[in-house]
Ligand binder design. Structure first.
Ligand code: NDP
Length: 242
């Protein structure tokens, strides 16, 4: 295996930014994919560089095939990509299916499903040529619990992430590529349309509180590491007991 070079989509804030910092501390060079906020992405890059690792920030809409190719072409400047964290996702807001509009549903499917597939496809194409690697898909506990009132199509997109993880893990196991999933519960980030939602839902969480982004990162780093060398197709829920 080469020096770890890991692409993190949606790395400019929230869970993705925490993952970038953790991976740098654990010895990865990091490619921070982001959609719109270059300043936030650069702040994450500073954290990575402060840990002594190399870092690139690359604007990329993961739902766009050409943009995904640009992300991975840029990443290759750091060496063969050995890791992908498929993290860029949207909630699409809160509401009932009866009130949802088709454009919102389509965008959630594009970013949360097509985007993950496009990034995973490019990663396995590259990794199968360069000696293997590991992919971690950030799913959600909602994939199995449903997301009533948070637009049920959000949970449906995450169920798709779970099943693509299991299928792709089998498909590429012989190529030296592992594919796993981390499924967070309710985490304090700007993801929630209602910023107080994590506090409001605390009573539904066995541990009695929402999680911090940093509490997701150890699982991701472990799944990318050689310590997880026999782990593939796993879905690891990190959700305070949800
Ligand atoms: P945030 O909204 O805080 O951050 C999302 C990140 O994804 C941002 O960097 C955003 O970039 C980026 N992004 C969104 N759309 C695209 C796109 N089309 N192309 C590239 N980048 C994009 O979310 P979280 O950190 O909370 O969520 C990260 C992941 O964790 C998501 O997949 C989410 O579904 C999942 N998750 C989150 C939970 C939570 O409670 N927070 C619970 C369970 C799962 P920009 O700022 O430019 O828009």
């Amino acid at each position: 295996m080469h020096q770890p070079v890991t692409v993190v989509t949606g790395g400019s804030r929230g869970i993705g930014a925490a993952i970038c910092a953790r991976l740098a501390a654990d010895g990865h060079d990091v490619v921070v994919g982001y959609r719109s906020d270059a300043t936030a992405a650069e702040a994450v890059a500073e954290t990575v560089r402060a840990a002594g690792r190399r870092c690139l920030t690359v604007p990329s809409d993961t739902a766009d095939e050409t943009s995904v190719d640009r992300l991975f072409d840029a990443a290759a400047e750091l060496g063969p990509v050995t890791g992908l964290v498929n993290n860029a996702g949207i909630s699409g807001g809160n509401g009932r299916l009866a009130d949802a509009d088709a454009d919102g549903m389509r965008r959630a499917l594009e970013v949360n499903v097509l985007g993950y597939l496009l990034c995973a496809r490019r990663a396995v194409r590259d990794m199968s040529r360069t000696g293997g690697g590991a992919i971690v898909n950030i799913s959600s506990a909602a994939a199995t619990l449903g997301s009533p009132g948070q637009y049920v199509h959000y949970a449906a997109t995450k169920a798709a992430v779970d099943t693509m993880t299991v299928g792709l893990a089998k498909e590429v196991a012989a190529d030296g590529i592992r594919v796993n999933c981390v499924a967070p519960g309710i985490i304090w980030t700007e993801f929630h349309a209602d910023p107080e939602r994590p506090a409001k839902l605390a009573g539904t969480i066995p541990m009695g509180r929402a999680g911090q982004p940093e509490e997701i990162t150890g699982a991701v780093s472990w799944l990318l590491s050689a310590d997880a060398s026999y782990t593939t197709g796993a879905i690891l829920r990190v959700a305070g007991g949800m």
